[in-house]
Design a binder for this molecule. Structure first.
Ligand code: UN1
Length: 456
C-alpha cells in the first residue's frame, strides 16, 4: 500500500466537489492566471525540462509554450462548453444535452513531454470542473514540481486541484484500480497501456490512452526535397527520436530514392549533437542507458541480417555517463520485423516504393496508428492520402513531418495507439459526463415513437 495514496485521493475528491460549483468562466480565469505564471517562468521551467528530460533549449521552450497555449485554449473553452439542443418529436418538449464534470481525473505521463502532456490533460480537466492526480514519469518529478508550484501561486484555496503522486508502476496501478478516479488518462508505451487498461476496464472506468506510434512518411517524386529533408530530419532526429510522433519509417519513390538518401546522409552528418543546454545543439542524449541498449540491440540484429545501417553509434561527448548517439539511417530492401516495433531512439528505416497505393499500404501495415505524413505537390496523391483509403492514423500531415503537432487539433491515434484524443478540438468532452435531458413543459404526456399507453 502506498502511504500517501489514500490522503491524495480523499483530498482530490474533496476539492473537486468545491471546484465543480465554480462557474466555468471563473475556472477559466484561474487557468488564465496559471498561463500568465507559466509565461513569466518560461525560461526557468524550460531549464528544468532540459535538466531532467535532456531536451535541447528550443524544444524545452517550445514545450512550455505548448502548456501556455493549452491555458489560452482552456480560457476560450470556459465559455464554450456547449451542449446541443435537438428538436423533440413531441410537442411542448425540449431535448438537450448537459455536460457535467466527472470528479477526479488520474493522469499518467511519460518522460519525453514532462509538462505539455500534463497541460493537455490538466487544462481541459480543470476547465471542465475536475481535479487531477498526476503521476509523472520517475524521470521528471522536478518538472512536475515546477508546474505544481506555478499552479499553487495562482490557485489560492484550489491548490489541491493538482496533486502529485510520485512513483512507478505500483502507483499507476493504484490509480487504475481506484473507483473514485473516474477517468484515467495515460501516455506511454503500448505495453504499459495494455497492462493498465484492463485494470480500469474491469471497474468500467473511463480511459483516455495515448500510446506508442510507429510513424511513417511517404516522399513522392513531386515533393519539394529541400522542405522534405528538413521535415524528415526534425521528425526523425529531434528530441533524439524520443517523441511518440517521431518519424520511424520512410517510403521514398524509386525515382528520387538515391538523391533523397544521399541528402539524408549529408543532413544526418551535419546535425549538431551535444549538450542540450548549448545554444547550437540540435540533438541531446538519450534518456537512459536502457534506451541506448534497446537501440543497439535492434541495430545489431539488423546488421546480423546484412541490412545496411549508417550511423547509430555512441558518441563520447562531454559527460561520459550520458548516452549520445548518431541518428541511424537503415536502408531496407524488404520490410524487416524490427520496423514493426517502436524503438524510442533515432532510427529511420528507408525503403523505396513504386506505386503510391503500395506506399500507403506499407505505411498502414503496422500495429500502431498515431501519425503519418506525405511529402508531395501532387494534389491527387495528397487527397488519396487523406481519404478513407489513405492513412489510417489519427494524425495525417501533408508537407510537414510527423511530429510537432499544434494544440488546436485533437491529438491521438488508432489501433495500438489506444484511440484516445487529447488537447484541442472537442477533446474536452472526454473530461465530462453527458446528460441527455428531455423536459416536458406541456399538460399532456405524449410518448416517443407514437407508443400508446392509456392507464384509465
Ligand atoms: C508525445 O510525444 O507524447 O506533436 C507528445 C508532437 C508534440 C507532442 C508529442 N506536440 O510531437
Amino acid at each position: 500500500m502506498i502511504n500517501n495514496f489514500e490522503t491524495i485521493v480523499t483530498k482530490s475528491k474533496d476539492i473537486s466537489k468545491k471546484w465543480r460549483n465554480i462557474p466555468a468562466p471563473q475556472r477559466g480565469e484561474m487557468i488564465r492566471q496559471f498561463g500568465e505564471e507559466l509565461r513569466s517562468q518560461k525560461e526557468s521551467l524550460a531549464k528544468t525540462i532540459t535538466k531532467e528530460a535532456r531536451k535541447i533549449k528550443t524544444e524545452s521552450l517550445g514545450e512550455v509554450q505548448e502548456a501556455i497555449d493549452m491555458c489560452d485554449f482552456a480560457v476560450g473553452l470556459s465559455r464554450q462548453l456547449y451542449g446541443l439542443t435537438m428538436p423533440s418529436e413531441r410537442p411542448n418538449h425540449r431535448l438537450q444535452e448537459l455536460w457535467h464534470p466527472l470528479g477526479v481525473v488520474g493522469c499518467i505521463t511519460a518522460f519525453n513531454f514532462p509538462m505539455a502532456v500534463f497541460a493537455w490533460n490538466f487544462c481541459l480537466a480543470a476547465v471542465c470542473g475536475n481535479s487531477i492526480i498526476w503521476k509523472p514519469s520517475p524521470h521528471s518529478n522536478e518538472c512536475a514540481k515546477g508546474i505544481k508550484q506555478a499552479w499553487d501561486k495562482v490557485s489560492s484555496e484550489f491548490a489541491d486541484l493538482i496533486l502529485i503522486l510520485e512513483g512507478g508502476n505500483e502507483e499507476a496501478v493504484s490509480i487504475c484500480k481506484d473507483k473514485r478516479i473516474v477517468l484515467v488518462s495515460a501516455t506511454g508505451s503500448t505495453k504499459m497501456g495494455k497492462e493498465l487498461a484492463p485494470i480500469v476496464s474491469a471497474r468500467l472506468g473511463k480511459l483516455l490512452l495515448e500510446l506508442g506510434g510507429n510513424n511513417a512518411a511517404i516522399v513522392s517524386p513531386s515533393a519539394n526535397l529541400d522542405l522534405t529533408i528538413k521535415g524528415i530530419a526534425f521528425s526523425a532526429c529531434g528530441t533524439a527520436g524520443q517523441r511518440c510522433t517521431s518519424l520511424r519509417r520512410l517510403f521514398v519513390h524509386k525515382d528520387i530514392y538515391k538523391d533523397c538518401v544521399e541528402r539524408l546522409k549529408n543532413c544526418f552528418d551535419d546535425l549538431v549533437i551535444g549538450c542540450p543546454s548549448k545554444d547550437d545543439t540540435q540533438i541531446g542524449p538519450l534518456i537512459s542507458e536502457n534506451s541506448f541498449n534497446s537501440m543497439q540491440k535492434i541495430l545489431d540484429s539488423l546488421k546480423d541480417k546484412g541490412v545496411e545501417v549508417i550511423g547509430g553509434e555512441r558518441l563520447e561527448i562531454e559527460d561520459p555517463s550520458e548516452f549520445y548517439v548518431k541518428p541511424a539511417l537503415v536502408l531496407v530492401k524488404n520490410i524487416e520485423d524490427e520496423m514493426l516495433t517502436e524503438t524510442f531512439a533515432p532510427i529511420l528505416y528507408v525503403k523505396d516504393y513504386e506505386d503510391i497505393k503500395d506506399a500507403i499500404h506499407m505505411q498502414n501495415d503496422v500495429a500502431q496508428g498515431l501519425s503519418s505524413s506525405i511529402f508531395t505537390n501532387d494534389i491527387r496523391e495528397s487527397e488519396l492520402f487523406l481519404s478513407e483509403e489513405g492513412s489510417d492514423c489519427g494524425i495525417a500531415n501533408v508537407n510537414i513531418g510527423t511530429s510537432g503537432a499544434e494544440i488546436g487539433g485533437a491529438f491521438g491515434g488508432e489501433k495500438d495507439t489506444g484511440g484516445g484524443r487529447e488537447s484541442g478540438s472537442d477533446a474536452w468532452k472526454n473530461y465530462m459526463r453527458r446528460v441527455t435531458a428531455t423536459v416536458n413543459y406541456g399538460e399532456d404526456l405524449p410518448l416517443a415513437q407514437g407508443v400508446e399507453f392509456d392507464e384509465s
